[in-house]
Structures are given as C-alpha cells and as structure tokens.
Design a protein. Structure first.
Length: 69
C-alpha cells in the first residue's frame, strides 16, 4: 500500500502557496497583495517557510494518510 498523503498535500500546498499566484506576503508595494502575478526574494522565503510549517504539521503532527492498493 502506498501513502499518497505527502504527495497530494505537497502538490496542493505548492499551488496555493506559490508567491504571486493567489496572494503574496510581503508584496512589492504592500505588506499583503492578492493576485499580483509578480514575486520577490523575501516573498519566496516567507512562502517556503509557511509551506514547510504547514506540511510538517499535517504530515507529522496530524498524521494524515491516504492509502491506495
């Protein structure tokens, strides 16, 4: 049985937390921007840290598993 939870959660978080796609923290002109389609180095670092924290909490602390045959 394969555990697909890390793959699916990682994919969904990657799409949702891509800087400039839905939102960006910090933005280029404001602290929080929606749908700007641009990014900067600080936003990439912040979004990477948020991704790592949420992914770690969901996989290790909550122990989400999706098994397939």
């Amino acid at each position: 049985m394969l555990d697909w939870a890390p793959v699916l959660i990682g994919f969904l978080l990657f799409i949702l937390l891509s800087p400039g796609h839905l939102f960006q923290i910090p933005g280029n002109t404001r602290h929080f921007e929606f749908g700007s389609a641009t990014t900067n180095g600080k936003a990439m670092l912040i979004h990477t840290l948020i991704f790592f924290a949420v992914f770690t909490i969901l996989i290790l602390a909550v122990r989400i598993h999706i098994y397939t045959d």
